[in-house]
Design a protein around this ligand. Structure first.
Ligand code: SF4
Length: 326
């Protein structure tokens, strides 16, 4: 049996991921405490090489410190101390953050602390002169700048990682982001991009049939763009498509396609058994791990190299048990 070098189960290094320092237990919060995340620090740390940063400490606000908040225009909020609206600290804050943000192109993901006017990814209140928050919410100032500067970087809040679908989707994007940057690096040629696409076909199909067709057309040889432009367009479409979790019915469609590859290799009764488990998954009676594990078992023994190399089978490290929860 061939062991595929790109499988997340066989990575020989950890993946660089940014994180809010307080999630790793650093006492950098306004009250001198932390917001330690067991999942980030005890589970994901087996696979992630964290680069931690606290933008409020970097801005020199110290700890403990008065609480901060966002005020004004929800599309371009300013940062102030909660008890002193007169003092706009946005420029000081952003000067430190911008300096740090300039050197994050090597990261494959970022995990942020929720509800923070600096690090929160969404739903951050923006206070108005009347003392009430605007109904439109914002991102924290650091995270807003992070997402603007690196729009394809997988970004998630620690709290949202408790949601199985969001957790699955974040990990898929981090491992895909990493795989692409290593497999289709600066020296890559068209054949490397085609090889990458060949491994991701069924994962793309699980997320979107139209994207599956568009990416195929892009690499068909009829696209007149330069390789560099094509590579960028491919990556953008891939990451955008993966930014939403795949639907159950699309997984069923992919699983049925994959069972088709066993047509000449295993008995019809075996294929029927696998398809019955796919139907159980469609009805919500079992989780995604059940049909994928069963199918992968037969594919490992009887499938071609092409089908065995599909990232669909192992998109993130198996010990994380992600597909037992979706
Ligand atoms: S949420 Fe961000 S700014 Fe606040 S303590 Fe944590 S790392 Fe620092």
């Amino acid at each position: 049996m061939t062991i595929f070098q790109h499988s997340p189960d066989h990575l020989d290094h950890k993946i660089p991921v940014g994180i809010s320092s307080c999630l790793l237990g650093d006492n950098v919060r306004y009250n001198g405490g932390h917001s330690h995340s067991d999942y980030c620090d005890k589970v994901l740390t087996q696979y992630f090489d964290y680069q931690k940063f606290c933008p409020e400490i970097a801005a020199g606000f110290g700890t403990p410190r008065p609480t901060l908040r966002l005020e004004g225009d929800p599309n371009a909020p300013r940062m102030t101390f909660s008890k002193n609206s007169e003092e706009d600290v946005s420029d000081v804050f952003m000067a430190a953050s911008d300096k740090y943000l300039a050197n994050l192109a090597h990261l494959d993901g970022y995990i942020l602390m929720k509800k923070s006017p600096s690090c929160g990814m969404e739903r951050i209140k923006v206070y108005q002169e009347n003392g009430h928050p605007h109904k439109q919410r914002s991102s924290g100032l650091f995270t807003k700048a992070l997402m603007q500067r690196y729009p394809l970087l997988p970004v998630e809040e620690d709290g949202r990682l408790n949601d199985p679908m969001l957790r699955e989707n974040f990990l898929l994007r981090v491992f895909t982001h990493h795989d692409f940057r290593h497999s289709v690096d600066e020296k890559a040629k068209m054949k490397d991009l085609i090889a990458f696409h060949s491994r991701y076909k069924y994962m793309v199909m699980a997320h979107s049939q139209p994207t599956y067709r568009k990416l195929g057309q892009m690499l068909s040889g009829n696209d007149t763009r330069s390789f560099c432009a094509l590579k960028e367009a491919y990556f953008e479409m891939l990451m955008t498509t993966f930014s939403k979790p795949a639907k159950r019915k699309n997984h069923c469609n992919v699983l049925m396609h994959l069972v088709g590859y066993l047509k000449h290799a295993v008995d019809v009764s075996v294929r029927k058994d696998i398809l019955e488990v796919v139907e159980q998954y469609r009805r919500g009676e079992v989780n995604l791990a059940t049909p994928v594990t069963l199918l992968h078992h037969y594919v490992k023994h009887y499938g071609s190299d092409y089908i065995n190399q599909q990232s669909y089978f192992i998109p993130y490290p198996s010990p994380l048990g992600i597909r037992n929860t979706v």
